[in-house]
Write a protein that binds this ligand. Structure first.
Ligand SMILES: Nc1ncnc2c1ncn2[C@@H]1O[C@H](COP(=O)(O)OP(=O)(O)OP(=O)(O)O)[C@@H](O)[C@H]1O
Ligand SMILES: [Mg+2]
Length: 271
């Protein structure tokens, strides 16, 4: 399976298991994400959500199973040695290419502090895309416009709010023309009044048909934006379906307990 056919899901996770030492943190995880689908992952701390996202763009290695992004095998290839198939790591060039297909946005933005907002967005395309600098600049300015920050193009990150920095980080990811964006708790480090502006940007992307996997503790947002909700617990997916159905009729008691604990610690969810 090397090139994408039209019906194939954008992401395929097949029986993926991962251990850190003797601790099994992903336990035979399988699910698909179709093109344009927004999948939200929730679950208690330590349940494996970040680890799985990191496996999808191969920031983490995994020992068993396969992941395909846009039809391409992630991280490994099978080579035939002495009559047996052996799994080998792909070349760094192949892995870099994968990371442009599946962009990732992190909790702590990771912007370069000594570069302006615009330079932060332009760095990736300048390195990876063979287009003229002025063309890249125009497109990156348009992306800053899209996230509502065209007027901050020449600002350095330290002069921007957390919400603004996070929107720059999203623009930076978009500049690579990803087919998928993976968001890992991108609002967790933000003051409450800045959360909504970032969520709005993500909502806009979902309306444009961007394929996304979003790990979040924002339950109301999860319910609003998700086409599908996955509930992680101890490295397994215990719930997988339409968020409204899951909230109304969870299959597992674990999910009920999770939501109850969550509601006690946060504002109650409205229907
Ligand atoms: N680099 C590492 N080395 C060893 N163990 C790790 C490492 N990274 C994560 N773990 C362990 O793997 C498990 C899953 O962690 P992970 O970060 O994926 O959880 P999470 O669901 O994202 O949690 P949170 O909601 O707190 O972000 C945890 O038990 C964690 O302690
Ligand atoms: Mg995490």
């Amino acid at each position: 399976m090397d090139s994408k056919d039209d019906n194939r899901p954008m992401i395929q996770v097949q029986n993926v298991s991962k251990w850190f030492g003797s601790l099994k943190v992903l336990d035979e995880i399988s699910f698909d994400v179709n093109e344009g689908e927004v999948v939200v992952m929730v679950g208690p701390s330590g349940s494996g959500k970040s680890t799985l996202l990191r496996c999808i763009n191969f920031l983490e290695e995994f020992q068993e199973g396969n992941i395909y992004v846009d039809g391409k095998l992630v991280g490994y290839r099978d080579v035939h040695v002495d009559g047996t198939d052996v799994r080998r790591r792909q070349s760094e060039a192949e892995i870099s290419r994968l990371r442009t297909t599946a962009g990732m946005v992190f909790q702590n933005y990771n912007l370069f502090p000594h570069r302006t907002a615009l330079d932060n967005v332009m760095m990736g395309p300048l390195m990876f895309h063979s287009r003229s600098k002025s063309e890249i600049r125009d497109e990156c300015m348009a992306l800053l416009e899209k996230v509502g920050l065209a007027d901050k193009a020449s600002s350095f990150p330290s002069r921007l709010s957390g919400g603004q920095q996070q929107r720059i980080a999203i623009a930076r990811s978009l500049a690579m023309h990803p087919k998928v964006i993976l968001f890992d708790e991108v609002t967790s480090a933000l003051d409450p009044e800045l959360v909504e502006e970032v969520l709005r940007t993500i909502r806009d992307l979902s309306k444009e048909g961007m394929t996304m996997i979003i790990v979040t503790h924002e339950m109301q947002f999860a319910r609003d934006v998700a086409d599908r909700l996955l509930f992680f617990y101890q490295g397994k997916i215990l719930e997988d379906g339409n968020p409204r159905d899951i909230f109304a009729n969870p299959v597992t008691d674990r999910f009920k307990t999770f939501v109850r604990r969550f509601s006690q610690a946060h504002q109650p969810l409205t229907a």
